[in-house]
Design a binder for this molecule. Structure first.
Ligand SMILES: NC(=O)c1ccc[n+]([C@@H]2O[C@H](COP(=O)([O-])OP(=O)(O)OC[C@H]3O[C@@H](n4cnc5c(N)ncnc54)[C@H](OP(=O)(O)O)[C@@H]3O)[C@@H](O)[C@H]2O)c1
Length: 235
């Protein structure tokens, strides 16, 4: 797909992976609307990118917003949704486990109310995460949610075919504002998290955004998951 003069809606477009994708789309000549809850983060957006505040968990707000912004060619969500529980399942607080699925409910809201507004030949892209297919200790909530996101997209690909496409990009450990630690503490955390990976470093938001750009542009790709994970799945 030629991205010039297309319109993209990016939920979670104000930080990290979503923001890097917003920047790449804007450079490619696409009109972009970035969405997040906090308007404080909009200062990082390129000039010309519109910001709208919306919580993906609020179904009616998502529906109304997408009706207002329609039609669009590219629909993306990388919005984390809410807090994710970490730790062994058998010791996990059930509310924490259930709450981790806010990411799935957010994605479901975006797709349910957005798909019909995507123009013919357009696409939807969502972001999962490597624990979906290779769960490391303490990541059962992340793994369960990520697995559900990937399964939902594969099923949806059949439902929305051939008019539009849907794909997933699955990041490994990526250095984004999701982690709030700074300085040496931050460096040590990423070092520990990635030391056994085939590529022993955290990835960048731009490296993941390249994965999103690939599935957006390539019109022969649907129902697939692109891993941008430094070899996590084999590590
Ligand atoms: N970073 C990693 O290592 C990593 C690894 C695997 C998977 N992922 C996945 O990649 C995606 C992006 O992560 P990231 O690292 O780029 O995170 P990030 O830097 O924290 O950015 C998250 C974005 O989502 C928005 N957001 C979060 N909850 C929202 C909600 N309820 N409604 C609307 N917007 C919301 C945030 O803005 P507001 O907070 O202002 O709403 C922000 O724009 C997530 O789905 C994450 O699970 C990340």
């Amino acid at each position: 797909m030629d991205l010039i003069n297309k319109k993209a809606i990016v939920f979670g477009g104000t930080s990290g992976i979503g923001l890097a994708t917003v920047k790449m789309l804007e450079i490619a000549g696409t009109e972009v609307v970035a969405i997040g809850r906090s308007s404080e983060k909009k200062s990082q957006l390129p000039n010309g990118v519109k910001f709208v505040a919306c919580d993906v968990r609020d179904e009616m707000s998502v529906k109304k917003l997408l009706e207002k912004l329609a039609p669009f060619d590219i629909l993306i969500s990388s919005a984390t949704g809410g807090e994710r529980a970490i730790g062994p399942f058998l010791e996990m607080d059930m509310d924490g486990f259930k709450g981790s699925f806010d990411k799935l409910w957010g994605y479901a809201n975006v797709v349910r109310h957005g798909a019909k507004h995507v123009t013919d030949g357009g696409s939807i892209t969502l972001v999962s995460g490597s624990p979906a297919r290779n769960c490391r200790p303490g990541q059962i909530a992340l793994s369960s949610v990520g697995g559900a996101v990937e399964a939902m997209a594969r099923a949806l690909a059949k439902e929305i075919s051939p008019r539009i496409r849907i794909n997933i990009v699955s990041p490994g450990t990526i250095n984004t504002p999701m982690v709030t630690l700074t300085g040496t503490e931050r460096e040590k955390l990423y070092e520990n998290m990635t030391k056994d990976n085939l590529i022993p470093r955290a990835g960048t938001s731009e490296e993941v955004a390249e994965g999103l750009m690939y599935v957006i542009k390539n019109q022969f790709v649907t129902g697939t998951t692109v891993d941008v994970d430094g070899g996590w799945l084999l590590s």
